[in-house]
Design a protein around this ligand. Structure first.
Ligand code: KG4
Ligand code: ZN
Length: 342
């Protein structure tokens, strides 16, 4: 397949990002530039992402960030082959800012537009980083999503499991808040857990042993809240106990997902098990899932941390994958708050 150079734009949550990537499927691709402006400081006082603040910050930042991405790539807009932007799912105000900007750039420079599903972008990040081939099993664990998917190709997914309540990252963030830690809680819990005793508090392992591969984390969060109300907790021990509960429930669900993947793709000798999304940057989770993958005959692939959390390089990469198949979008492609992969 021919190589494409694509400008990608990401604005679906609290990162304003633009990147230029060059390559051809199955990857890896060459990241020519990768600019990310994190709005963390804007949202920190509120303990979470405020949609209106996010949309406004995207408006203020995006033009300059696109300009920087092109400049660092050493590439004029006229030299890219296509413009790709996240068109959902996500906070609709932000998605609209990114998509409208991409449409304007595509129109002005007479380039094709690619409206990217943010989840497909996370899903394919391991193709961008290491050229993982289809089909593979994906565990997508972020602040907004927690899913196990069989990935067969562009636009072709099998949903094995999803969360019936909170996403894994959300559980980390809410637990952190209960412990008085700043947003986003994931990295802080991981840090604190290093010095804690994970066997100190007996927390539930939601969904363990349950039919299917669905997740649930709200019971775990409730158990943490109950503990903090009942006693003076040791924060490090609670962080460690909580993280272990998440690890064990992810292992159980991933094992179930692996069995489902084996049924669908019995001929794959040593398929890739890809972890993506912000929570995939957690070291304890990585280590545990690497061991599980080895046990079950899968090869764990985790993109570098910078590609695990929200970024525009993965959006540009989906642009490359779709462009290779001639899958372009009209200039009236809609922004979508909800857009499931299956
Ligand atoms: O993928 P992401 O950047 O944004 C979306 O949600 O799309 O993921 C952010 C989530 C947050 O909930 C954050 O707390 C969590 O990923 N996270 C972590 C870690 N780093 C980020 N959770 C656990 N351990 C970490 N080291
Ligand atoms: Zn994301």
């Amino acid at each position: 397949m021919r190589a494409w150079t694509v400008l990608g734009i990401e604005t679906s949550c609290d990162e304003t990002a633009a990147a230029v990537v060059r390559g051809a499927p199955p990857g890896p691709g060459e990241i020519l530039s990768d600019i990310i402006f994190s709005q963390l400081e804007e949202h920190r006082p509120y303990g979470g992402v405020v949609p209106e603040i996010a949309a406004r910050a995207h408006v203020e930042m995006l033009d300059g960030i696109v300009e920087r991405a092109l400049k660092e790539a050493g590439c004029a807009l006229s030299q890219v082959d296509a413009v790709a932007a996240t068109a959902g799912p996500g906070l609709i105000g932000g998605v609209m800012v990114g998509l409208v900007t991409a449409k304007a750039l595509a129109l002005a420079a007479a380039k094709p537009l690619i409206a990217v599903n943010h989840l497909e972008a996370h899903a394919f990040s391991a193709r961008l980083s290491e050229g993982v081939t289809f089909p593979f099993l994906l565990l997508l664990v972020s602040g907004g999503h927690c899913q196990l998917l069989g990935v067969e190709g562009v636009g072709r997914f099998k949903l094995y499991g999803t969360t019936i309540d909170d996403a894994a990252g959300e559980a980390f963030d809410k637990t952190a808040k209960l412990l008085g830690l700043a947003y986003p809680g994931g990295p802080r819990i991981e840090e604190l857990a290093k010095t804690g005793n994970a066997r100190r508090y007996d927390l539930p392992r939601p969904m363990r042993g349950r039919q299917g591969a669905d997740f649930s984390f709200s019971g775990l969060k409730t158990a943490v809240r109950q503990l903090t109300l009942e006693e003076e907790v040791n924060a490090a021990d609670l962080a460690a106990s909580f993280q272990l509960a998440v690890v064990e429930s992810l292992i159980d669900r991933a094992r179930a997902g692996m069995a489902m993947f084996r049924r669908d793709f019995p001929r794959e000798a040593s398929p890739a098990f890809v972890m993506a999304g912000g929570v995939a940057s957690n070291g304890a989770i990585r280590t545990a899932l690497a061991a599980l993958a080895a046990e079950e005959g899968f090869t764990l692939k985790v993109p570098p941390i910078r590609l695990c959390t929200d970024n525009a390089a993965m959006v540009a990469w989906v642009g490359i994958e779709r462009a290779g198949l001639g899958l372009f979008d009209p200039l009236d492609a809609p922004a979508r708050a909800r857009w499931p992969l299956t």
